[in-house]
Design a protein around this ligand. Sequence first.
Ligand SMILES: CC(C)[C@H](C(=O)O)[C@@H](O)C(=O)O
Ligand code: SF4
Length: 480
Amino acid sequence: MTQSPATSAPRTLAEKVWDDHVVVPGRVDENGETGPDLIYIDLHLVHEVTSPQAFDGLRVAGRKLRRPDLTIATEDHNVPTTDIFSPIADQVSALQVETLRRNCAEFGVRLYPMGDDEQGIVHVVGPQLGLTQPGMTVVCGDSHTSTHGAFGAIAMGIGTSEVEHVMATQTLSLRPFKTMAINVDGELPPGVTAKDLILAIIAEIGTGGGQGHVLEYRGPAIEKLSMEARMTICNMSIEAGARAGMIAPDQITYDFLKGRPHAPQGDDWDAAVQYWDSLQTDPGAVYDREVHIDASALTPFVTWGTNPGQGLPLGADVPNPADILDETQALAAERALEYMDLTPGTPLREVEVNTVFVGSCTNGRIEDLRAVADVLKDRKVADGVRMLVVPGSMKVRAQAEAEGLGEIFTGAGAEWRMAGCSMCLGMNPDQLSPGDRCASTSNRNFEGRQGKGGRTHLVSPAVAAATAVRGRLAAPADLD
Ligand SMILES: CC(C)[C@H](C(=O)O)[C@@H](O)C(=O)O
Ligand code: SF4
């Protein structure tokens, strides 16, 4: 953790974290081109889907895992959320989970298996244990690793060959990312949440808008957000095409972290906070690109299409592709509406759903469940609507139970499940059937993502809950 000399040029949060992790700087070749830096990795998260080949690679090369102490694994994608205490029925899922268990035992990786108190979605488990900390580099063979950037870490998804590289060396060879500031001015109005904000940001900059960049979300609206809300935002950075998303650590970050099992303690804590405080972007630091969003102008946001950028305020109508000037986007909208079976001009509030999914690494944390319970209390899920509430981790489930939320969910007629990725992508039995329409708190609305022929509208937890009660896309204010 080297401190930069006081005379150095102003740097952004991302640049500071990067600089502090360079093991070998990129070499300049004869044409003056700089090669990739060799970057140290502080935390490597592992799940059952993207790790088998990487472990195989180590085995074939006869190598050990370099830092088992910086590696942690959990079972999430294939976990059946109805019964996690029995063996998995599905053969493919069972094999993936068994393989992870064997690999973790052989290479000495700590694993949180199904049935363990700490088990859950990898991006919920890391922060919950205090493993994810400001100023770290965090990787995982999973695109939503960007979630951990909410702590002021550079956190990114990597491919399977990179997973193997990190396992063998605890480093990665990377070119520095470009930087982009997403300045969120003003204040979010009551009833408008982090999920609405990030959906609006992606609609604004596009699903390719962040390409090659690390996004830094900043400004008064971001500074007010809880860690859960910040994680929701950073989680979806990848849906804007970005390499990572970050938020500078502050007192809210420290209050969340303090006392967690892996957080520094005593003098180490004080020293860590002193270092973390130095990570804020310096005044005068220059980003490659800056975007401004006015939080106070936002309302609840929902997607109508088949990518996360195809979203609109809930009060809007289904768009008419003929009104979209950009030809490619107009064509994409046309195809999306066909798949989604939506007619231009229909008010989004009229769109009927038969399924509601609350969960995922975007919105499966305790605050999300509290928001859902606030709406469901003394209300019922509409006839003909199936609602699944799936906690992001078993710790979140236990907390929700302790607060009486589980009873509210089941009392309203929702299914209250065990922890896992579940219907976010349906690698377990929680899937949509063809023609089902789902309001989902997850992060991807791609064709067939939640089950073949299923249709997904991305929404906030509050909108999901109100939609479950009304049977049509709705915000809690529509229920009064
Ligand atoms: C299975 C995994 C590789 C994938 C990802 O990388 O994101 C999954 O988590 C997802 O959300 O689609
Ligand atoms: S909850 Fe969904 S987005 Fe998150 S890791 Fe699991 S499958 Fe991927």
